[in-house]
Design a protein around this ligand. Structure first.
Ligand code: ATP
Length: 316
C-alpha cells in the first residue's frame, strides 16, 4: 500500500505529521511518500502542482492531504479543485459526528459551480454552473449506497435552478433504484433544518458549493472546523483531508487542532479495509478529548504536538 503524504501550506504542515505518525504506528509496512504541493511551492518555483507530483499522487493508493492556501491572485488556480478533477474524485464525503449528531454530507466534487468554466467581461464576470446527468447519477448512487437504514435527504434549489432540477430528478431516480426512501429540501431550508434538528438527518446528497457551505455550517454542531474530516473518493483514487483550510491566522503557532486530520487518517484506514484501525484511531481521539486535553479552538491550551502524542499513547 502506497500513501502519498501532502502537508501543503499553513497548518497543513502541522496537523499532517500528527496524522501520519498514527498511520505509521498502525501500518509501519506501508510505503509513505511525501509530495510537495501548494502555494509554498508556487512561491518557490512558480508552479503549485508539478507534473511529477501529480504522477506521484496517481501512483499512490491513497493520499493524506493537509490544506493548501489559495491566494486571491487571478493567475493562481486552486490546487485542490484541480486535483479533484485530475484524479476524478467525484464524491466528497464529510461526516459530522458527535454530541448526538451523525450526519454524512455527500457532496458532488467535480462539477456544479466549481466547474472552472468562467470568464470576465468589462463590468461583469461569469461562472458556469455545470450539472450533468452522468455526474448527478454517479454521486447519487454513491450516496445511496451509504444510506442503508439511514434517512436520505436530497438538497437542491430545484425550484430556481434548472441545473438543480436535473440533479434532483437523477437523485430521486437513483434513490428509488436503490430501494431507499428519500426526502428533499431546498438548500436554504436544509441548512436551517440541519442546524435546528440535526438528529433528523442521516445522509445528505447535494451539489458542489451547497455541500461545501452546508458541511462548514454543520461543523458548528460538533465544535467547529478543527474536528471535521473528509474523504474525496473516485473509482481509482482517494484523498483524505480535513475540511478546514490552511488557517494562516494561526500558522506556525503549534496550536492547530489535529483532530480533523486524525479523523481523515481514520477514514483513509477504513477505505484501505482496516476498519479496526479506523475505529482505534477514533477511539484514541475520543479518549484524549475525554481526558480534557483540548487545543485552544476548543477552549483548552494543548499544543498540536502534545495532542498527537496523547493520541499515540492511547493507541498503545
Ligand atoms: P479555505 O479558504 O482554505 O477554506 P479559510 O481561511 O476560509 O480557508 P480555514 O483555514 O479553515 O478557512 O480557517 C477558518 C478559521 O478556523 C480560522 O480562524 C482558523 O484559524 C480556524 N481553524 C481552521 N482549522 C483549524 C484547526 N485545525 N485548529 C484550530 N483552528 C482552526
Amino acid at each position: 500500500m502506497k500513501v502519498a503524504v501532502v502537508p501543503g501550506d499553513g497548518i497543513g504542515k502541522e496537523v499532517v505529521p500528527v496524522a501520519e505518525a498514527v498511520l505509521r504506528r498502525l501500518h509501519p509496512e506501508w510505503d509513505y511518500v511525501e509530495v510537495e504541493i501548494g502555494y509554498g511551492r508556487w512561491k518557490r518555483c512558480g508552479e503549485a502542482l508539478g507534473a511529477e507530483e501529480l504522477q506521484a499522487l496517481r501512483e499512490a493508493d491513497s493520499v493524506l492531504f493537509g490544506a493548501v492556501t489559495t491566494p486571491p491572485d487571478p493567475n493562481y488556480q486552486s490546487v485542490i479543485v484541480r486535483l479533484r478533477k485530475e484524479l476524478e474524485l467525484y464524491a466528497n464525503v464529510r461526516p459530522v459526528q458527535g454530541a448526538g449528531v451523525d450526519i454524512t454530507i455527500v457532496r458532488e466534487n467535480t462539477e456544479g459551480l466549481y466547474s472552472g468554466i468562467e470568464w470576465e467581461l468589462p463590468g461583469s464576470a461569469c461562472t458556469l454552473r455545470v450539472v450533468t446527468e452522468a455526474g448527478s447519477r454517479r454521486i447519487a448512487r454513491f450516496a445511496a449506497a451509504r444510506a442503508k437504514g439511514r434517512r436520505f435527504t436530497i438538497g437542491t434549489k430545484a425550484n430556481v435552478l434548472k441545473s438543480d432540477a436535473l440533479f434532483r430528478r437523477c437523485a430521486i431516480e437513483e434513490a428509488e433504484a436503490a430501494g431507499l426512501e428519500w426526502e428533499e429540501k431546498y438548500i436554504d431550508a436544509l441548512c436551517l433544518g440541519v442546524l435546528m434538528h440535526p438528529a433528523h438527518y442521516g445522509v445528505v446528497v447535494t451539489t458542489n458549493i451547497f455541500g461545501d457551505i452546508l458541511s462548514d455550517a454543520a461543523g458548528a454542531l460538533v465544535g467547529g472546523l478543527g474536528l471535521l474530516p473528509s474523504a474525496n473518493i473516485g473509482d481509482d483514487h482517494a484523498l483524505f483531508e480535513p475540511v478546514h483550510g490552511s488557517a494562516p491566522d494561526i500558522e506556525g503557532k503549534g496550536i492547530a487542532n489535529p483532530v480533523a486530520a486524525l479523523r481523515s487518517a481514520a477514514m483513509l484506514l477504513d477505505h484501505a479495509g482496516d476498519a479496526a484501525g479506523a475505529a482505534a484511531v477514533e477511539a484514541a481521539v475520543t479518549a484524549t478529548l475525554d481526558t480534557g486535553m483540548k487545543t485552544p479552538d476548543l477552549g483548552g491550551s494543548a499544543t498540536t504536538a502534545a495532542f498527537g502524542e496523547a493520541v499515540l499513547g492511547h493507541l498503545g
